[in-house]
Design a protein around this ligand. Sequence first.
Ligand code: ADP
Length: 152
Amino acid sequence: MSKTAIFPGSFAPFTVGHQSIVDRALPLFDKIIIAIGINGEKNQYFSIEERMNWIESVYKNNPKIEVKRYEGLTVDFCKKENANYILRGLRDSHDFKFEKNIAQMNKELNATIETIFIITPPEISHISSSIIRDIIKNGGDVSKFIPKEIDL
Ligand code: ADP
């Protein structure tokens, strides 16, 4: 059976941290769907289209990666896409506390779906989309923190 993982997130914007998680998960799966959740999106700084285009530009030469958007529960989206795995990144104990609860809840909602965590390399564990947005708002240079294919 082919192994598909969903990597859900806001990706506002997609960072080298996200890229590192995807790149290191690639050998484990036949397909990874990077999925932008669009629940309660009203005040997003970047549009869905912009975020999808950026991620597509990073992985345009990789047939194992798809970029999609979804609404509703992540486990329902997994079922729709025949994916048995949810991929998430862990930066620190704060991420762990948050992610543990979501993963346990998702397991209760659908016991056939397993959440797989990949730990961030220490040199990029301080990178977050929210800090990057703050830097952009204040006119700073974020090129070091986002994949080189993305032209913000
Ligand atoms: P969400 O809004 O669902 O938290 P994000 O786009 O912020 O979405 O993050 C998606 C996933 O990527 C989460 O699992 C998060 O922990 C992980 N992530 C974010 N930044 C990094 C990073 N620098 N290194 C590793 N994982 C990261």
